[in-house]
Ligand binder design. Sequence first.
Ligand code: PFF
Length: 452
Amino acid sequence: MSNAAPAGRAHWSSRWAFILVTAGSAIGLGNIWKFPYMTGTNGGSAFVLVYLACIIGIGVPLLMAETLLGRRGQENPADTMRIVAAEARASQWWQIVGYIGILGALFILSFYSVVAGWILDYTFLAMKGFAGASKESLAQTFSQLLADPVKLIAWHTAFMAINVAVVAGGVTAGIERANKIMMPALLAIVLVLIGYGFVAADMGAAFRFMFHFDFSAISSKVILSAMGHSFFTLSLGMGAIMTYGSYLGRDTSIARTCLYISVADTGIALLAGLAIFAIVFAQGLEPAAGPGLILQTLPLAFSQMPGGGVIGVLFFLLVVFAAWTSSISLIEPATAWLIERFGLRRSRAVWIVCLTTWLLGIAVALSFNDWSEVRFFGLNIFDFLDTLTTKIMMPLAGLLIALFTGWVMKRAHVEDEIGLGGGAFHLWFNVLRFLSPLAIVVIFLNVIGVIG
Ligand code: PFF
């Protein structure tokens, strides 16, 4: 079967455009909001160590495999899996991988958008300035926001609206170009915060907390959380990478580009973590504060540093932007599926996807206040959707992708696509065939053992 692109299907303008948009998908709230708070609630260095191991042993090999499948199939995730399975004379059931992704991406987007709404709110708070903020007043500001369903839903709606605008127009040169400016700017501000950490906060304590490895603190819960987060941060298993890979031309080395993307993603997370924990320890804050961590720490730094007013506004704006470049990648898989499977116009497909997610997002917003008592398996709606996607759906899709690429696909096709030669190919291929699936299964079983 030919794997040439169907006539008229969009493709990235260059290899760099692919790196940019895929890094845009990977780098988001996961790096700046989630990684620091999860490190805090999972005991610091134990989490960081397992997270790094999962990125190297599972995340990077899978990022390459998922991109490879997308480029081979040249369709939305469900049809890509149908096509590559047919090419390998394998069962059509492999399409399930695509559907797990399409559905999971919508689940993630529903809570992602609510959290992006928090950041929008803080962008406006930063414009007024955080002068006189104290840890008590910031904790109160955050809990007041969570208690206000109207505000949460309004910001969530605003965030979804800017997403509709972009994705309805196609993933345009505009967003590619904006990425080129905004991502380096975000890195620059994170570096300013690191500088602040060295000068005015407790960078030593932050280093110790994140890198003083204490193996005894590693538990099943820490391992499952770290594995889930390694999937989340690299956008794996949710069809986003597969869809972006499907817009990739044949001349690009998948291995090299995926490596760049992973290094950038991990680097930003570690830097953000250090900057935040330096403030946490200097101010005697609680590292295990949970999802509000960055909102209760960074404003303190902004209120004290010279130029903090401007830096604060810029920082929150750039985080909104980072979230935005990730959320469009969550909308694209279902959109591409509706367009390619049912022949819908792009604008209509985007509206369907975004309205569905918006409704689910309202339930997420209410789970912090009016519906806080609604529980699934003991978790509120926000925690349930987060757990379901990052700890179950993403690793499951990842496992199936590793098995398919490593064992079902024709090896010649894999070699043809990946762009790795000799020893490097064997290393990657064997990790994908043995280490990654085994690690995912062992972690799963371990957790079931612990729960059971
Ligand atoms: N990787 C994004 C982040 O770290 O914020 C979140 C994400 C985007 C997850 C796209 C999954 C996905 F398909």
